[in-house]
Write a protein that binds this ligand. Structure first.
Ligand code: ADP
Length: 280
């Protein structure tokens, strides 16, 4: 579990939960390769990073871990199709009868040299995403149209975006002009041994239970050939384990936390129920 302190600093609209300052315990993260080293090197070189991979495979946790390791504040923004450039850069607000400028989360991050993580960036509109471009150049600038200010990103500032290639279709994809500004790290679900460690640690179950959940998810993931759109993520396994650790019987925990969130298709539901009975 992460142990970062959250401190709201902006009235910006959208899913921005403030700046998280490093401190406290190291966010638990199990590496699958040398992503920690590569990210650290990109950070030192001032390069923006794109994390590519399916939902629930550890991208957000990785960024939290890296912010802690690099001792940088972390600003996280969950992107959605209503997110505007002003939601990122800032806007004028009326306070006590006066008009005051309020920095948006991207501006806050640039000024303080934070890691700025834009989750599911492809959900944002193209005219919002282009605001990021000047920050990915060598000059690392953020022009704020409304005030005419040109904010120079402080040392330590790094732009990180996440992107799930599985969801994309022609109308909703990152433009090459955006993609090619980022170092792209590929993420996927951890291998079985690592995933069992994660499920034990995060879910609070013993090794036997974690191992059978991971075995079950491996079998469910194989159903993708039969029309299952999304594979069960590590996040779903952790949620299932948490219910089990608090006394919900394994089969029911699997049904409500692992299977039902995945599909509504009666045939697939029946096939997965069979797998649960055969595996647990
Ligand atoms: P994503 O950002 O890719 O959607 P998250 O980082 O939110 O996924 O991961 C979901 C949950 O799964 C985390 O909160 C954590 O409990 C667990 N998890 C997944 N991968 C890892 C990992 N490599 N190390 C530690 N925990 C992980």
């Amino acid at each position: 579990m992460t142990d970062l302190q959250s401190q709201p600093v902006s009235a910006a609209r959208g899913a921005f939960d403030g700046v998280r300052h490093p401190g406290g315990a190291e966010p638990y993260y199990v590496a699958s390769g040398n992503e920690v080293e590569v990210f650290g090197t990109a950070h030192a070189a001032g390069l923006p990073v794109m994390l590519k991979g399916p939902t629930g495979c550890g991208k957000t946790r990785f960024v939290e871990h890296m912010a802690w390791r690099l001792n940088r504040p972390l600003v996280t923004i969950a992107c959605h199709d209503d997110l505007s450039a002003s939601d990122l850069t800032g806007r004028y607000l009326i306070r006590g009868g006066e008009t005051v400028w309020s920095d948006g989360p991207l501006t806050v991050a640039a000024r303080m040299g934070a890691i700025c993580y834009l989750d599911e960036v492809v959900e944002a509109r193209q005219d919002t995403i282009v605001v990021l471009h000047p920050l990915t150049d060598d000059r690392r600038l953020l022009p704020i149209d409304k005030t005419g200010e040109l904010v120079e990103a402080a040392p330590g500032f790094q732009l990180v975006i996440s992107y799930n290639p599985g969801y994309q279709h022609a109308l909703k994809d990152l433009k090459p002009s955006t993609r090619q500004r980022f170092v792209a790290l590929e993420f996927d679900f951890p291998d079985a041994a690592r995933e069992a460690d994660i499920v034990m640690h995060e879910g609070g179950v013993d090794r036997a239970a974690a191992t059978s959940l991971v075995r079950l998810s491996g079998r469910i993931r194989a159903l993708r050939d039969q029309g299952l759109a999304e594979a069960p993520s590590t996040r779903l396994l952790v949620s299932t384990a948490r219910l089990m650790a608090r006394g919900i019987p394994a089969a029911q925990a699997c049904r409500v936390a692992l299977v039902n969130p995945l599909t509504d298709d009666p045939d697939l539901l029946a096939a997965i129920s069979d797998l649960i009975s055969a595996t647990l």
